[in-house]
Design a protein around this ligand. Structure first.
Ligand SMILES: NC(=O)c1ccc[n+]([C@@H]2O[C@H](COP(=O)([O-])OP(=O)(O)OC[C@H]3O[C@@H](n4cnc5c(N)ncnc54)[C@H](O)[C@@H]3O)[C@@H](O)[C@H]2O)c1
Length: 320
């Protein structure tokens, strides 16, 4: 396929913990020709770029620089990690309104530069803000996506691999739905090296103990972010690697199946909401949504998660 980009240029908006962890991991992978960091705090962007650039002798060739609005024009992928922090006493809805306004302003700038990029939203609540970005851009749905449950699925695979004492690369497992409290483990799609998870899990557990382990693993995935935030205030390395995986699939047209947040238009009986479902990722973003034959209660969990997100979108749009 002929490339629509001059070079593999990744613009990261938000040079905070997530943006720079991602930049650092991306530079080491050698997947990008150019990484530009944009931040409302210009000094922060300058400092982060200098610090990252001092690794240049040891990365694969890459340019790392401070970016500006005009960099959206020839970017391949624009990753949005910009966001406000929750102020003391601030409601979740208030924070959502603030972050929605930030994302809309950035998307307006991207559109005004006639960008041909893929937009990848990371700022939380990521599914709601992906929807906001998609609608604001007016772009095709496959080109505006969110990081979805790619990180949650990685956490799930990690915990299964530890329990079963097997290479995480042999664990195929997906967390679906909202990146948040209504997400769920799609056990019916989970296997180790092709062996259904309940069979492999039972073999890896004390007799009769697998159902309890299964429950523990699903709970730990959901609670991971809370634990990390309690320990150290924020999560950024895991998401940094998840973003490298998504961006690599796009830049290299890998056709990888990843649970990015994408707009559903009837798939799984769900409409007008973005949430994490298995999607084939390549050069043009989401190329296809995989409609997995979920068992009935998993399908219901996905629809319930969609309702949670639809409610958040309604709250965001409600007149004040
Ligand atoms: N989707 C996921 O899986 C996932 C995982 C971890 C964190 N996150 C989210 O990523 C976001 C960033 O987290 P962080 O820890 O890097 O926060 P951070 O506070 O360290 O960084 C955010 C940066 O955004 C910048 N910013 C704010 N408004 C801006 C604007 N209008 N234009 C440009 N830059 C702007 C700030 O100056 C700051 O440097 C948060 O919303 C967080 O919840 C998402």
């Amino acid at each position: 396929m002929e490339s629509m980009w001059k070079s593999r240029k990744v613009v990261i908006v938000g040079a905070g913990a997530v943006g720079t962890s991602f930049a650092y991991a991306l530079a080491q992978k050698g997947l990008a020709d150019e990484i530009s960091l944009v931040d409302a705090n210009h000094d922060l962007a300058e400092g982060q770029v200098l610090d990252l650039a001092h690794g240049l002798p040891y990365y694969a060739p890459v340019q790392i620089r401070v970016g500006h609005k005009k960099d959206y024009g020839d970017a391949s992928i624009i990753v949005l990690t910009a966001g406000a922090k929750q102020a003391p006493g601030e409601t979740r809805l208030n924070l959502l309104q603030k972050n929605a306004a930030i994302i809309e302003a950035i998307v307006d700038d991207i559109v005004s530069e006639n960008s041909q990029a893929i937009i990848l939203v990371v700022t939380n609540p990521v599914d709601v803000l992906t929807h906001v970005a998609l609608k604001r851009s007016g772009w095709p749905k496959g080109r505006v996506i969110g990081s979805g449950t790619v990180l949650d699925s990685a956490r799930f695979r990690y915990l299964i691999s530890r329990h079963c004492n097997v290479d995480v690369g042999n664990v195929h497992a997906y967390i679906l739905g909202e990146h948040g409290d209504s997400e769920f483990a799609a056990w019916s799609m989970t296997n180790v090296a092709g062996v259904p998870m309940d069979d492999y899990g039972a073999l890896s557990s004390a007799p009769g103990d697998w159902p309890a382990q299964r429950e523990r693993i699903a709970r730990e995935v959901k609670e991971s972010a809370y634990h990390i935030i309690n320990y150290k205030g924020a999560t950024y390395y895991g998401i940094g690697m998840a973003l490298v995986r998504i961006v690599g699939a796009i830049l290299q047209d890998q056709r990888s199946v990843l649970t990015v947040s994408t707009f559903l238009d009837g798939e799984y009986g769900i409409r007008d909401v973005c949430l994490g479902v298995p999607s084939v990722m390549g050069r043009t973003g989401v190329m296809k949504i995989v409609e997995a034959p979920l068992i009935p209660h998993e399908r219901e969990s996905l629809q319930e998660s969609a309702r949670t997100l639809q409610k958040a979108l309604q709250d965001l749009r409600a007149p004040r």
